[in-house]
Design a protein around this ligand. Structure first.
Ligand SMILES: Nc1nc2c(ncn2[C@@H]2O[C@H](COP(=O)(O)OP(=O)(O)OP(=O)(O)O)[C@@H](O)[C@H]2O)c(=O)[nH]1
Ligand SMILES: [Mg+2]
Length: 290
């Protein structure tokens, strides 16, 4: 739970047999109420790895990252929905950062292009890093959005209202479902922020951006998607997000507790006495002068 709101993490899985178990358990241990694993004709043995973790496994036979995620979204009723990958590249610890920002905006995107967050061995060489950055910047300029630095990060958080708003427009079953999610958020003018996330090396074999040509092709499709949203008038067909609609309102934080540590209490008393006491030195000085 995050401030009274239920949290679900959706993990699509295709070729992550060796990392799915740790990933599901990490997210559950970090504050997710529910982890939904969408088995997308995954490698044999994946279900056995998921069993006993506490995650819920569901099945989507239509192949593709987008189909898997749409199935997960349609089978999830949480207030805060987090999308991630269970291939060991993302860290469950970053979930807390997403949750913290969800108090302020309905959508939080991750970015993998902050240099300090890219781990040794991560698949984020110059081509992928600057390619993702360039397409993100192009999008930022074309649509006048807040800062965007990564087009392809699949670690994201959506408040329920934002997800319900864009879900009818999500149609892409393959890998560029991720950029379509981003474009629909922009087309609906839903406020968002992008935050850096840790990006580590993958466990197992990559089936998309590990191959340079596949990554290049994905990049070209991303660019054509962005241009089609900009120039084919999709934006005009979308209902603009009402910025006064800030629901759900998070409950107020508990009042700060003054008696945390006895030492701190003593220090607090000494400070408040010092403020109320007359400054003795000053009195003495006045008397001496008088
Ligand atoms: N390739 C592929 N991925 C799928 C499919 N269905 C779901 N996925 C998920 O899509 C995500 C992306 O696939 P990856 O192979 O990790 O590709 P990538 O993230 O671009 O590349 P890495 O840098 O190696 O992680 C993974 O979480 C997969 O489980 C599918 O049919 N094909
Ligand atoms: Mg991956």
């Amino acid at each position: 739970m995050w401030r009274g709101q239920s949290v679900a993490v959706i993990l699509p899985t295709y070729n992550e047999k060796d990392s799915i178990r740790a990933s599901a358990m990490d997210f559950l241990a970090t504050g997710a109420d529910e982890v939904i694993v969408v088995n997308n004709n995954a490698a044999p043995g994946t279900s056995e790895e998921i069993a006993g973790t506490g995650a819920r496994e569901i099945f989507e036979s239509k192949q593709g990252y987008g189909n898997a995620l749409m199935c997960g979204i349609d089978n999830c009723s949480a207030d805060l929905v987090v999308l991630a990958e269970p291939d060991g590249t993302f860290s469950a610890g970053d979930l807390l950062k997403f949750l913290a920002y969800s108090d302020d905006v309905p959508v939080v995107f991750g970015t993998r292009t902050a240099r300090e967050f890219i781990w040794v061995g991560a698949n984020m060489g110059r081509f992928l890093r600057w390619g993702n950055w360039a397409v993100a910047k192009m999008t930022e300029v074309l649509f006048g959005t807040s800062i965007l630095t990564d087009m392809g990060c699949t670690y994201r958080l959506f408040r329920r209202a934002a997800l319900d708003r864009i879900r009818p427009y999500l149609t892409i079953g393959g890998s560029h479902f991720g950029p379509q999610l981003l474009m629909e958020v922009i087309a609906h003018r839903i406020p968002f922020v992008e935050i850096p996330v840790n990006y580590r090396s993958r466990v197992g074999v990559s089936s998309v951006t590990g191959d340079l040509w596949k990554a290049w092709w994905l990049g070209c499709r991303m660019i054509s998607l962005v241009l089609s949203y900009r120039f084919f008038g999709f934006r005009a067909q979308r209902t603009v997000w009402d910025r006064t609609d800030k629901a759900p309102v998070a409950p107020a934080l508990p009042a700060p507790q003054p008696e945390v540590l006895p030492g701190m209490k003593a220090l607090g008393l000494a400070l408040s006495n010092a403020q109320t006491e007359k400054p003795r030195e000053t009195e003495e000085l006045v008397q001496n002068r008088g």
